[in-house]
Design a protein around this ligand. Sequence first.
Ligand code: MN
Length: 230
Amino acid sequence: MSLGKYQEKRNFSSTPEPAGRTSSKSLQAGSALSYVIQKHRATQLHYDFRLEFDDVLLSWAVPKGPSLDPSVKRLAMQVEDHPVDYAGFEGVIPEGEYGGGTVMVWDQGVWTPEQDDIRAAIDRGDLKFTLQGEKLQGSWVLVRTRGFGSKADKSWLLIKHRDKFASTNDITAEQPRSVVTKRLLAEIARDHGGDVEKAATGDPPGGKSASRRVREKKGKTSKKAGSAKG
Ligand code: MN
């Protein structure tokens, strides 16, 4: 695994993202490795699903985020490997830089492969694993699927297996906050000098949202209390 693609896409004098170091954890079936899901309001909202493996974070961009419902398959586009210390990144990537926008640590924990040969499972496009995270739990699979055009070999599906953690609850809507700082996207944008209005479009609508508080602070008009709908 190499961070070449990761590094060539970014200008580290402009972005606060880590330039990257690697880990050297030994790999054994059944050993726990870290994972992180970063909610990222870039050009499009997506959830970056990252599994530590072979000194890097294997990464997939999941536009709709994970679903706890085993009947729901979520598209997961494989993207470049990220450095392991990227897992702690929460903040704002400047507009104009690669991935410009607000990043939240939406979930974190450890993942355990359910297959002996992880490399072979990845190469085959059928990776089964168990998550022990703050939001996600239980057994999941990432399976490569037939994609379109130039991204044909990058398209995977993220699917929950049936177990006691399966549910029809909409976890991305019900648990929209950072597991590290409890902030919404708009609050992270506000704290790091980002685009609050853009970030807020990735937060759930309605309620007393951070973007609304920010708008009220600025003295702009906001909806009357009670008129906001979810
Ligand atoms: Mn991203």
